[in-house]
Design a protein around this ligand. Structure first.
Ligand SMILES: [Fe+2]
Ligand SMILES: [Fe+2]
Length: 130
């Protein structure tokens, strides 16, 4: 089972979002670590999903506040929503099925979608953050 290791290639060049992604990676790895114990598994899984929801909401708030282009913003938001729905569905599957999906989706999403937020801000100049 693979764990998640953050590296510079995952940077979206926005410190706050990078820090949240690092924390998500960390919480994901904790689920692995405690997967053998039923109680700890539930607890770590809940922390991971709670934090994922917080992160998505925060990222969406940031995109909105910097005037992220509307169709892209809606598409990105929808990806977050579909992911959460899929994870809920996968809770009736073996834990590893869910974790595999979580890991694959997160890596791809950060690289393909979240990095666009940083590029958008770079294009507008850093002042767009204030
Ligand atoms: Fe995102
Ligand atoms: Fe993100």
């Amino acid at each position: 089972m693979e764990t998640l290791v953050w590296s510079e290639k995952f940077s979206v060049h926005i410190e706050e979002i990078d820090n949240q992604h690092k924390k998500l990676f960390d919480l994901y790895n904790r689920v692995h670590l405690f997967a053998e114990d039923e109680h700890d598994k539930k607890r770590t899984l809940k922390s991971l999903m709670d934090y994922a929801s917080f992160h998505f909401a925060d990222e969406e708030k940031m995109m909105f506040s910097v005037g992220y282009p509307e169709p892209e913003f809606q598409r990105h938001k929808k990806q977050h929503k579909l992911f959460v729905e899929r994870i809920v569905q996968l809770q009736s599957e073996p834990l590893w099925t869910m974790l595999d999906y979580f890991r694959e989706w997160l890596l791809l999403h950060v690289l393909a979608e979240d990095t666009k937020i940083g590029r958008f801000l770079e294009g507008r100049g850093a002042s767009a953050l204030n």
